[in-house]
Design a protein around this ligand. Structure first.
Ligand code: SF4
Ligand code: SF4
Length: 460
């Protein structure tokens, strides 16, 4: 069973004299409607530093591609690889894959990422436990957007906040942007991996933000953080003060889903993302704070994206945040957290937008931010659904100004025309409506299913 090793030194926290230099926080004045207050349960896992994990003898299954487009393996069974070594590559705009630890390539087969329904091709590496890196060259820093876009794809960078969009493609589409927004909201309950990253690695995050704004020629950079992360806000402000950075640290409203893309853009810029619009269409580029950190490691240290921080929480004896290689088997990771009982299953991601673990032997993907071992105390069983009593609570909380009760009725009738008229596509699947519904109707789940069916119908 793998043991949690003591934390490795990474960057020093803010010293007291630096903390006195904090600039006052910028308050965000732009409001968005709806949303809900949730019990955050973050203290369960955010009290200890990020830990490393021993992987000797484990079979690490590194996905080839980003789930949308595959790349071809460039290693064969029996070959020795080092951490960071290229193991999969494809056409120019594809996302390259790298060994996430050192060891022997055992096979090329398929495995389930923790947050995907379908298995994907993976390279299985039998970890030798030494975690030896390739020689990390001093990076010939990309100097313009086109070079950086290509570099990001070759370093395997994707959005670590959940959507998993390739960072290089986002950078390639950033020409019209005049504002760079960094999402440090982490508004989902239980999840604390970004919080710990901001507390412990703020210097890399701020340096990467400055670098990115320079290369993309974007003058304004704002990082949005919810006020329930005072240590993260302090660490970011300290890093700004220490370097003279122009990055603005902003407090977001403490209201779920403050980190949803339309809400973040509204809060930090006042611009409105209408349904179906991309941030680039309103002159904004949005990156998650962990993605920005990964970009910093790639540019400043020559490290491809081969690991991520995962929150382990819920009904476990050893909650916390652990930095794990991409492809880490979930059962081995859970064992390190010492679950008390797994009868109620494991949630991947947060309780609002996450999902059930896809497969008992699934592996950590680049978008697996959190594993929550469920129990009745933290996740009370949902009572049976009743009838809609037309109380309008779902309408009041919907941050996209939709009519969830109408959408639900239409989804039950499979009424495609009404679903489109009521803008089902604008639903960000935040689950706020389901959370407040006194009749316990599975609103969000029905919208997710209806979207899939509409999409499948459109493809036929
Ligand atoms: S919250 Fe539930 S019961 Fe109330 S209107 Fe919406 S769907 Fe109906
Ligand atoms: S899940 Fe969709 S319909 Fe429900 S509150 Fe969120 S955005 Fe609105």
């Amino acid at each position: 069973m793998p043991q949690l090793a003591p934390p490795l030194p990474y960057s020093s926290p803010a010293s007291p004299w630096l903390q006195r230099l904090f600039k006052p926080f910028r308050r965000t004045g732009q409001r968005w409607r709806g949303g809900i207050k949730l019990a955050d349960h973050k203290a369960l896992s955010n009290q200890t530093p990020i830990q490393q994990i021993a992987v000797k003898g484990l079979r690490i299954a590194v996905p080839l591609g980003d789930g949308r487009r595959q790349v071809e393996p460039c290693v064969v069974a029996g070959q020795q690889v080092l951490k960071g070594e290229l193991i999969g590559r494809g056409e120019p705009m594809s996302l390259w894959a790298h060994a996430s630890t050192s060891g022997r390539v055992a096979a090329i087969e398929r495995a389930y990422p923790a947050d995907r329904d379908q298995p994907v091709p993976v390279v299985i590496i039998e970890a030798d436990g030494r975690d030896r890196w390739i020689e990390r060259q001093p990076v010939n820093t990309p100097q313009n957007a086109a070079e950086l876009a290509q570099f990001s794809l070759q370093m395997g960078l994707i959005g670590l906040g959940g959507a998993g969009f390739p960072t290089g493609i986002k950078i390639a589409g950033s020409q019209q942007s005049d504002l760079l927004l960094i999402n440090g909201a982490e508004c989902e309950p239980f999840v604390t991996c970004d919080d710990r990253l901001m507390r412990e690695r703020a210097d890399t995050i701020i340096a990467a933000a400055d670098y990115l704004s320079r290369v993309l020629e974007i003058a304004q950079v704002r990082i949005g953080v919810e006020p329930n992360k005072p240590e993260a806000l302090a660490a970011l402000n300290a890093a700004v003060a220490a370097t003279g950075s122009r990055v603005q640290i902003c407090r977001l409203p403490h209201r779920y889903p403050a980190g949803g893309q339309p809400m973040l853009v509204k809060s930090l810029s006042g611009r409105t993302l209408s349904p179906g619009m991309l941030p680039a269409e309103v002159g904004v580029m949005v990156l998650n704070v962990a993605t920005l950190h990964a970009l910093g490691r790639a540019v400043f240290h020559g490290e491809p994206l081969v690991s991520r921080v995962v929150t382990l929480t819920g009904d476990v004896d050893k909650p916390g945040n652990v930095e794990v290689p991409i492809g880490m088997p979930v059962p081995a990771l859970l064992a390190a957290a010492q679950p008390r009982d797994q009868q109620r299953g494991v949630q991947v991601g947060g309780p609002m937008m996450g999902r059930e673990l896809s497969h008992p032997n699934a592996v950590i993907s680049k978008t697996s931010s959190c594993l929550i071992v469920r129990c009745d105390d933290l996740f009370p069983p949902r009572p049976p659904a009743g009838d809609c009593i037309r109380c309008n609570r779902c309408v009041d909380v919907c941050p996209m100004a939709l009519q969830p009760l109408k959408l639900y009725a239409a989804s039950q009738r499979a009424d495609r025309i009404t679903l489109q008229q009521e803008q089902l596509a604008a639903c960000i699947e935040c689950g706020a409506c389901s959370h407040v519904c006194p009749s316990n109707l599975p609103l969000r789940d029905s919208f997710r299913d209806a979207k899939r069916e509409l999409l499948a119908g459109a493809r036929q």
